[in-house]
Design a protein around this ligand. Structure first.
Ligand code: ZN
Length: 189
């Protein structure tokens, strides 16, 4: 049986994007609008109507049969290789690319995963023309990823056991960061 994945937004994005915002943003995206206007009247345009548009529109036109509105959001049907699972990827407007990449790559819970894993997280819910190269570029130009890959690593002392005389004589804490800044910055008092 084929499983149909829902259009639920990833947890990290729930505070950032609402379905209403997605619908509005898709309407404001000039490339997506070309296709969704035709989808709304359920008429596939001919090549003569599309040829004057850019590669993005042409690519969406080529995938006409895979595109469908789901709860008012234009989605792309993506079937896995065994063919037992369908994912409805949200066709992401240009205006929302940055927030999606920030949340699915830079967010503290996303933890700056590498290209392959970031790509998997993004394609799990979204689709846009040029997605792969955009994700690659985002990861390659990420400052935090670059600093993590810094080649000169200091030699570490070998691990050893410390003996203590009493409970809590020695306490260890882990420090994490950098953390993203909140929108409301504390004022200096
Ligand atoms: Zn990164």
């Amino acid at each position: 049986m084929t499983k149909n994945r829902t259009e639920e937004l990833p947890e990290e994005l729930k505070g950032e994007i609402t379905p209403e915002k997605l619908i509005q943003s898709q309407k404001e995206d000039s490339d997506i609008k070309v296709i969704s206007d035709y989808k709304n009247i359920n008429v596939k345009p001919g090549w003569q109507d599309i040829s004057r548009h850019g590669n993005k529109v042409k690519s969406y036109w080529n995938q006409w049969d895979s595109l469908e509105f789901r709860n008012g959001i234009l989605c792309r049907k993506y079937e896995n290789i065994p063919g037992d699972e369908i994912t409805w990827q949200i066709v992401l407007p240009k205006a929302l690319k940055k927030v999606v990449m920030e949340q699915l790559h830079n967010n503290i819970t996303s933890g700056h995963l590498g290209i392959k894993k970031t790509l998997a997280r993004v394609t799990n819910r979204f689709y846009w023309y040029g997605l792969r190269s955009d994700v690659e570029h985002w990861c390659k130009t990420c400052d935090i990823c670059a600093s993590k890959k810094a080649p000169q690593r200091k030699a570490k002392a070998p691990m050893k056991q410390y003996n203590v005389g009493a409970p809590l004589e020695r306490v260890a804490i882990d420090i994490m960061g950098p953390l993203p800044q909140t929108k409301k910055r504390p004022t200096n008092t």
